[in-house]
Structures are given as structure tokens and as C-alpha cells.
Design a protein. Structure first.
Length: 91
């Protein structure tokens, strides 16, 4: 598993901000993320397992904040792919 970060500094210079890390599944042959966002690296790893591609990678991205829709989507992705990954592991 390879974790990548955007390496971009967070906007603003009025003291430290707490960044949120989102995780995505990327593939070197595809220009944008295949799956995501996920709130945890473990959930993203489940997405990578379900994808069943040895070249797929977990990629991390720091963001200043996320809206409620993105948070809901990331939580839902985690739940769905944890469920599917269990089936792949035991099936």
C-alpha cells in the first residue's frame, strides 16, 4: 500500500488550522480517483481490496474543511466498502 499526500500547504496564515485528511483510491492509468472520499485509511484500504487491482493505491489529501454532503458521502463509502471487503476476504 502506498500513501501519497498532496504536499500543499493549507491556506491562511493566522495560526495553525486542523486539517482533515481524506483518502481516495487511485490508479496510475487513470487521471482521477477511482473511489472516494473515505474518512479513514482503513476504509480506503477496504475500497482498494474490493477493486481487486494490484496497481491501485490509497492516496491521502489534506483539506481545510469538508461540507456535510462530503462527510456523509465519505462515511457511507466507508460503511459500504467495509461490508464488501468482508465478502471478498471470506468469499
Amino acid at each position: 500500500m502506498k500513501i501519497q499526500s498532496s504536499g500543499q500547504p493549507l491556506a491562511g496564515s493566522f495560526g495553525p488550522k486542523k486539517a482533515t485528511e481524506l483518502f481516495y483510491i487511485t490508479h496510475p492509468k487513470v487521471p482521477k480517483a477511482l473511489l472516494g472520499p473515505f474518512l479513514t485509511e482503513a476504509d480506503a484500504e477496504c475500497g482498494r481490496i474490493v477493486l481487486r487491482s494490484p496497481e491501485a493505491q490509497v492516496t491521502a489529501c489534506l483539506v481545510d474543511q469538508i461540507d456535510e454532503y462530503t462527510r456523509w458521502h465519505a462515511e457511507n463509502n466507508g460503511h459500504v466498502f467495509r461490508t464488501f471487503a468482508e465478502g471478498v476476504r471470506h468469499g
